[in-house]
Write a protein that binds this ligand. Sequence first.
Ligand code: BTN
Length: 237
Amino acid sequence: MNIIHFDIIDSTNTYLKNNYNSLDDYTFVSASLQTHGRGRNNRIWNSNQNENLLFSLLLKNKECIDMYKSISIITAYSIIEVLKDYQINNLYLKWPNDVYVGDKKICGILLESVSKNDIECLIVGVGLNVNQSNFEGEYIIDPTSMKKIINIDIDIDLLKKRIYERILFNIDKILKGHDFYKDFIKYDYLKDREVYMELNNQKKKVKVIGINPNYSLRILIDEEYTDVEAGEVSFHV
Ligand code: BTN
């Protein structure tokens, strides 16, 4: 276990991708500023210097790699638990890896892996909006931050420690056999919504039934039930 902080770096996920070989399992890397912060689907993740929590967690052990399907959701769930301690309510987990407050995004997760013959490691990258109040630029979903909701400046170092500990605590619990399904299912943002999903390179309107116990998403499409393992969900064509 190891904690590293950079004042400035290209991307904490990229740092772990390039250095995972020489780093311990559960290494946690944070940054005050990223010059090339990355979001999902090759999007850019912009964040003001010193205002938000930007970190990546390295997972190298086989047990964690084997449960890769659960990692984003368990990370999002851990963040929800910590945000509740800050009196933030109306929290949702938007499958597969965002945290929302109401209809606004507060946190995004980018799960990556490095593979040779097998998966060598997982990298869980998290961008949580903490003290930033103004979000300029184009966002697909309206962003929000902890400060915008509770109106106080948050100690990012303390928050970082709490989130790191909670994620490790929950990973340990799941490795010991705890089933988080009934814990996270109550935060399912997409449940019963009509959304658009890209399936076989085509955007299709689908009705979401909800997250399954195995972390896939059950949808109703063309009057048939299907379970999807991964995918981008949007509310517009
Ligand atoms: C998304 O919602 O698209 C995922 C955003 C993930 C951003 C975080 S910030 C820390 C880590 N380093 C990166 O370059 N990306 C992730």
